[in-house]
Design a protein around this ligand. Structure first.
Ligand SMILES: Cc1cc2nc3c(=O)[nH]c(=O)nc-3n(C[C@H](O)[C@H](O)[C@H](O)COP(=O)(O)O)c2cc1C
Length: 200
């Protein structure tokens, strides 16, 4: 089967991409508005960029009416964000935080999560999450225009905070971390199902 995105609806393209590009890690991104309201939302179009400088990228797309998500608006205003890692035990709260709340409503309260004061940036992390990456905006790259266009956020990691609970001999242990990955539709997977290969 061949599929040409030019001849497909954006919705069909989306469903094809999220089923083909799997598994995707989930950046649980906390930001703060200029007026001080905490915001939290998950983004699975997410990746590391490079270790020099330590950097991440994620892709908040515009709403169908063309407006920007709160995460983007807050990052444009403050130039800071925190990426929290999502273990399986927090999957339901992560999902809840993706609901379309008003700008004045904090997803921390809605999902019963505890803000964790950050050390180098203003936005709080998620205390229940085992890893926080405090980030400073490097660049927002616009891909497309209008509805579903992306605001690709590239950030420099200023600080990692890693819970001792997920470490074995000083390294992050995927079994203990039990991070989730997103698949197509309603599907998720976890880092407890793995295999190893020696590097070629
Ligand atoms: C697991 C998961 C992954 C998501 N990934 C993305 C994504 O990569 N890009 C995006 O724009 N929205 C994504 N969403 C939807 C946003 O989380 C949702 O639109 C959210 O309300 C945005 O919040 P904000 O307006 O506070 O920024 C995802 C939702 C879930 C549950």
């Amino acid at each position: 089967m061949n599929l040409d995105p030019e001849n497909m609806s954006t919705s069909a393209v989306y469903h094809t991409m999220v089923s083909a590009i799997v598994p995707r890690p989930v950046a649980w991104v906390s930001t703060v508005s200029e007026s001080g309201i905490d915001n939290l939302a998950p983004f699975s179009f997410f990746s590391g960029v490079t270790s020099n400088p330590a950097s991440v990228v994620f892709s908040p797309v515009n709403h169908p009416d063309g407006s920007k998500k709160h995460t983007v608006r807050n990052i444009e205003a403050t130039r800071q964000f925190v990426v929290n890692v999502v273990p399986a035990r927090l999957a339901r709260q992560m999902n809840l935080s993706s609901a379309n709340f008003e700008a004045e409503e904090s997803e921390f309260e809605k999902a019963r999560l505890t803000p964790l004061a950050s050390q180098k940036v203003r936005p709080a992390g998620v205390k229940e999450s085992p890893i926080q990456m405090e980030c400073e905006l490097m660049q927002i790259v616009n891909v497309g225009q209008g509805p579903m266009a992306a605001n690709l956020v590239i950030g420099k990691i200023l600080l990692f905070t890693i819970s001792d609970d997920v470490l074995t001999a000083g390294r992050i242990d995927p079994e203990k971390l039990d991070a989730i990955g997103r698949l197509g539709g309603k599907g998720y997977c976890r880092t407890t199902d793995r295999f190893e290969l020696d590097r070629a």
